[in-house]
Design a binder for this molecule. Structure first.
Ligand code: C5P
Length: 232
């Protein structure tokens, strides 16, 4: 799979999401559907967007006992999504079970990406509340290695971590990076950001871009600019 821009469709209803996608006539962006939209609309929203010809990253971050995750992944696989994810904190047994569940009878499966430590978790809280006493960047890299050993395809990480992840887990281990902003754009609530061009330079495989596209005056132009800067 080549480099691509994934548009985070963080909408609360099907109507809002489809009205946004209707603006695109020529291209069919790779779309990320998160918990908000999925819990509001259910699996039918995935089928509907898929039927319109979009690739789909279903961002539901599964984390449960291996058997439950395996069975849930089998359901997501039948939905024909292209990428889905889970928490690496569920351990390698859970990640391996997830892969088994995802794999279709013909051997194909969606890409499976791990979340390491959420960027909303600070090192202080990780130490105080989760009793993990290692520096957070070491924890992130260790979780990425666990995901690679379990056979997963990559991790969600900050663009700032992408190069290190590739160094640690191999060049073909995918880095899916949010926190992308245009050089002349609003940062919003993101803290450590990179432009699409910088994300390309440091080797991100996929960038996940939400508001710089969804809230733009001309979302199609913003998407095209992102693709131009990131894919070239
Ligand atoms: O609007 P914005 O470009 O900030 O959207 C980024 C998307 O990536 C959102 O869907 C957000 O939930 C997701 N995300 C993130 N940071 C992470 C993991 C996911 O921003 N560490």
């Amino acid at each position: 799979m080549g480099k691509d821009v994934i548009v985070a469709c963080d909408f609360s209803s099907k109507e809002a999401c489809l009205a946004f996608l209707d603006k695109f006539s020529g291209e069919k962006p790779f779309v990320k559907i998160g918990m908000e939209l999925f819990y509001a609309e259910g699996p039918s929203i995935v089928r509907e967007i898929k039927a319109r010809g979009h690739k789909i990253f279903l961002d539901l971050k599964l984390h449960d006992i291996p058997n439950t995750v395996k069975k849930s992944m089998a359901v997501l696989s039948k939905l024909d999504v292209d990428m889905c994810n889970l928490h690496a904190a569920g351990t390698r047994a859970m990640m391996e079970a997830a892969l088994e569940g995802l794999t279709r009878p013909d051997g194909t499966r969606p890409l499976l990406i791990a979340v390491t430590q959420l960027t909303s978790t600070s090192e202080e809280r990780m130490k105080d509340e989760l009793l993990i006493n290692e520096p957070i960047d070491r924890v992130v890299m260790h979780y990425a290695e666990n995901a690679a050993k379990a056979g997963l395809d990559g991790v969600v990480c900050s663009p700032l971590e992408a190069a290190k992840v590739h160094e640690t887990c191999g060049a073909s281990f995918l880095t899916v990076t949010p926190g992308v902003r245009f050089a002349d754009g609003d940062i919003g609530d993101q803290v450590r950001v990179m432009t699409p061009a910088q994300a390309k330079e440091i080797g991100s495989d996929y960038i996940v871009v939400g508001r710089p596209i969804t809230a733009a005056e001309d979302p199609v132009a913003a998407y095209q600019r992102c693709v131009r800067e990131f894919v070239g």
